[in-house]
Design a protein. Structure first.
Ligand code: FDA
Length: 307
């Protein structure tokens, strides 16, 4: 029951100011967002890739209010890609982007977000890697899918995310499960109304399996974004049934969550990609992690009172 309350707080400026200013917040944030700058994050990229893991990098930020901020977000990704060039890791380190951070919600935002994301996709392709468009709240998705389609004309490897909790997702999955596509399936992290999304965990889990089956039986490249042990086992079974080899799908998990499982799956020969967020504007990302697991909130509150 706490999840929706925390997700509502994730949209509140007052809560943002309160939580961001609390002295202990930083320690808890570090568990999920292990750096603020490119220089902080490069050693982490080297460490995780040396352990056989792959990465998708998220420069945190969303809900920007000016085109200048959107341009700064683009430049932050370009600076990251510039650093990645020297590491020569190719597709082992890809990028995840939120179009809201590229200006999608501003006036003329669809065109602005496309104009800002395109150079990032181009720069990623130039170093042999790619970009995945994250899925945000349901009102943004038609624009996200249209931008995805546009980018794929020149960069077919550009990925996108679909969310099992939305009623629309089975149809999206059918459309997207075509040769050459890369699709990450997640449960969904936003507060969505009952008109558009399943609300009960068991309904979301069942929808996840239905959509996963579509992706596995399709011709694209499924990316299983979940920490749920049951879904991971089902994904392996569905991949087997569909005759997929180990390199014809991948698992993805968030940095700071079930780290042992990342290593276990990689050691079994699976492609395992860690979604690694960094940057200073971490509030929205952090609050969604708290909302996903009440124990995170308890840990956070305890560390505030024990100081
Ligand atoms: P579930 O929430 O049932 O968790 C299963 C188990 O995993 C828990 O019991 C716990 O052990 C562990 N766990 C999960 N979340 C945890 C947390 N925050 N802290 C500690 N332990 C936790 N969403 C979205 O709407 N758009 C997007 O683009 C993305 N992108 C994305 C990328 C990747 C790589 C992942 C893994 C997830 C996302 N998400 C996302 C988030 C996703 O929608 C979902 O909220 C979380 O993955 C939690 O759901 P699980 O499938 O992990 O299951």
């Amino acid at each position: 029951m706490l999840g929706p309350v925390i997700l509502a707080a994730s949209r509140s400026d007052r809560m943002r100011r309160l939580i961001s200013a609390a002295p202990v917040t930083k320690q808890v944030v570090d568990r999920f967002i292990p750096g603020e700058t490119v220089d902080d994050i490069v050693p982490i990229i080297k460490d995780l890739t040396a352990k056989g893991l792959e990465l998708t990098m998220d420069v945190v930020g969303e809900d920007i209010t000016t085109p200048e901020q959107a341009g700064a977000a683009r430049d932050a990704y370009l600076a990251l890609i510039d650093h990645l060039k020297d590491l020569e890791l190719g597709e082992r380190v890809e990028m995840s982007v939120k179009l809201s951070m590229f200006g999608q919600a501003l006036p003329g935002g669809h065109e602005l977000a496309l104009a800002n994301v395109r150079p990032v996709v181009e720069a990623a392709a130039a170093i042999g890697t790619t970009v995945t468009l994250d899925a945000e709240d349901h009102t943004t998705l038609d624009s996200m899918f249209a931008i995805h389609e546009e980018l794929r004309k020149d960069f077919p490897q550009t990925g996108c995310v679909i969310q099992a909790y939305l009623f629309r997702t089975e149809a999206d999955a059918r459309r997207l499960a075509a040769a050459g596509s890369r699709v990450r399936l997640v449960k969904g992290a936003y507060k969505e109304p009952a008109e558009v999304a399943y609300q009960q965990r068991h309904e979301i889990d069942k929808a996840y399996v239905r959509v996963l089956r579509i992706l596995m039986e399709g011709e694209g490249y499924p990316m299983i974004g979940s920490h749920d042990p049951r879904l991971i086992a089902i994904a392996q079974e569905l991949a087997h049934q569909a005759g997929r080899k180990l390199d014809e799908y991948e698992f993805q998990m968030l940095y700071g969550i079930r780290g042992e499982e990342h290593l276990r799956l990689a050691a079994e020969g699976h492609r395992m990609r860690v979604y690694t967020a960094y940057g200073t504007d971490w509030y929205g990302y952090f609050m969604r992690r708290l909302a996903e697991k009440p124990a995170n909130l308890r840990f956070f509150l305890r560390s505030m009172v024990s100081k």
